[in-house]
Design a binder for this molecule. Structure first.
Ligand code: NI
Length: 167
């Protein structure tokens, strides 16, 4: 296993659209293992392959308090989402130190493949629903700060550039 480098906003590679995984093989399982290790080390509750510059539809999530309930979503699709929407504070490993409110569907049902290549469906609410939608946005090349006002986005971009220069 290996720690992967996480791209930081406003890196253009975060805007690439991920392609579907054609076969869940050992290469994908290695990617999943490396992504999980990277997410836990960060630490974070979710990571999309896009964030480690791999443009395939793979997500890892763990919203448990004990950090031992890894959820792997390969080729995820939202098959149902609630009309009720909810505002909640989000952060992102690609935008360190920035937290802001984003409105999303309160509940979603997601269909995906697991690391064995088996299809499953999962009903999500609370933090898990937020996380699934946030990570699926990454696969479409969208970062959560793009839901914020243009003024906030400009401020965040300049803050991130300063941070990059300081490192
Ligand atoms: Ni993120």
């Amino acid at each position: 296993m290996a720690l992967l480098n996480i791209l930081n906003y406003p890196d253009k590679r975060l805007h690439k659209v991920a392609k579907p995984v054609t076969e869940v093989n050992d290469r994908i399982r290695r990617l999943v293992a490396d992504m999980a290790e990277t997410m836990y080390a960060a630490p974070g509750v979710g990571l999309a392959a896009t964030q480690v510059d791999v443009h395939e539809r793979v997500i890892v999530i763990d919203v448990s308090e004990t950090h031992d309930e890894l959820l792997v979503l390969i080729n995820p699709e939202i098959v149902w989402s609630s009309d009720e929407r909810k505002l909640s504070e989000e952060g992102c490993l690609s935008v360190p130190g920035i937290y802001d409110n984003v409105e999303r569907a309160e509940k979603v049902r997601v269909r995906a493949l697991n690391e064995k290549g088996e299809t499953f469906e999962l009903d999500c609410e609370g933090l898990l629903a937020v996380c699934v939608q946030h990570e699926m946005d990454h696969l479409m090349g969208r970062v959560f700060v793009e839901y914020l006002s243009p003024l906030k986005q400009t401020r965040i971009k300049s803050k991130m550039k300063k941070l990059a220069h300081a490192m």
